[in-house]
Design a protein around this ligand. Structure first.
Ligand SMILES: [Zn+2]
Length: 328
């Protein structure tokens, strides 16, 4: 397989040619009336809880804002705006958290996704600092599991010297996702505004020092932890299911990216969903599975820490944030 591996100068050249991913005019929208004000001091950036025998930590990589025009692109924009306003959200600008799951189970320490690193947005790339603040030694991570190869999930694979951040870990990704981004000449098959995503994915997936374990639907990574195929948002997107002592939690990745629209209107898909109808079909399956089997879910972009349950309400659904407990 020929792998297109652009060097930094080519990247810059292509980036200059394709400014479309160009960060939307951030910070221009006035704060929505309904939203809470800015924090008065630093807020917590990690959260710990347990699932059976497993010790879980949610670690933030920061946040980013994108125009809400990318939400529900197959719906009437007026309906989307009205929905957001009714839910006390800005109708103009979204706010996405980035909730990483770190699982300590037996001898394994598994990190789900590696965040944006320092080359994506100024408000992201905080995973390593927040991991340090949580007292987690990066060298202790035994497995890095990637849900999909979008920038906010994989560009953080390298440090500023292009070395892998978790040199001793086993790196895991869906075989279909790996094959999609590394197919011949993908960069010239996609729309110009998607070229940076392709280059970033290729650069991340071909990083020296990382050997990938490519997995299929249902494959177990460590005892109690398996990956399931959840395609649509990207062609080989996978989610992570953890089971311990009869309790289950599913790290959705971006199979669901909005804690409100994706539940109330599961048939609305987003601009960044590669295959809208497939995204919707996958989401319906996940919602039904989570509600039926009472599986807790973690949304990578849901409000921090992003963990809760799925309530079936007739034809639609509702996300119920988990009720947190203080330490005894
Ligand atoms: Zn994402």
């Amino acid at each position: 397989m020929t792998v297109f591996k652009p060097n930094r100068r080519e990247m810059m050249k292509l980036a200059a040619m394709a400014p479309a991913f160009a960060l939307p005019a951030l910070g221009v929208a006035a704060p929505a009336r309904a939203q809470l004000g800015a924090p008065a001091s630093a807020n917590p950036t990690h959260f710990r809880f347990t699932l059976g025998q497993a010790r879980l930590t949610i670690l933030s990589d920061g946040y980013f804002s994108l125009p809400t025009a990318g939400l529900g692109v197959n719906a009437d924009p007026a309906d989307v705006r009205a929905f957001l306003e009714r839910h006390y959200l800005s109708p103009d600008e979204g706010y996405s958290h980035t909730n990483h799951l770190l699982i300590e189970a037996g001898d394994a320490v598994v990190l789900v996704d590696v965040g944006s690193g320092s080359r994506f947005m100024p408000t992201t790339g905080r995973l390593m600092a927040n991991m340090e603040a949580a007292g987690i030694d990066p060298a202790s991570v035994t497995h890095v599991v990637i849900t999909h190869a979008h920038p906010d999930h994989i560009w953080g694979i390298r440090d500023d010297f292009d070395e892998p951040l978790f040199p001793d870990a086993e790196y895991v990704i869906g075989a279909a996702e790996h094959a999609y981004w590394l197919q011949d000449d993908l960069v010239n098959k996609v729309k110009p505004e998607d070229q940076q995503f392709v280059l970033g994915a290729v650069n991340s997936l071909t990083l020296d020092g990382v050997d990938w374990r490519l997995v299929a639907d249902g494959e177990e990574i460590v005892p109690g932890l398996r990956m399931i195929a959840t395609p649509g948002h990207t062609p080989g997107h996978m989610s992570v299911v953890l089971e311990s002592e009869g309790q289950q939690l599913m790290a959705l990745g971006d199979a669901m990216s909005h804690a409100y629209t994706n539940f109330a209107h599961p048939d609305w898909f987003n601009g960044f969903d590669a295959d809208g109808p497939q995204t919707v079909a996958t989401r319906m399956r996940l919602l039904d599975m989570a509600a039926t089997d009472r599986i807790a879910v973690l949304g990578y972009h849901f409000p921090f820490p992003g963990v809760g349950h799925v309530l079936r309400e007739g034809e639609s659904w509702r996300f119920l944030p988990a009720l947190w407990q203080f330490e005894g």
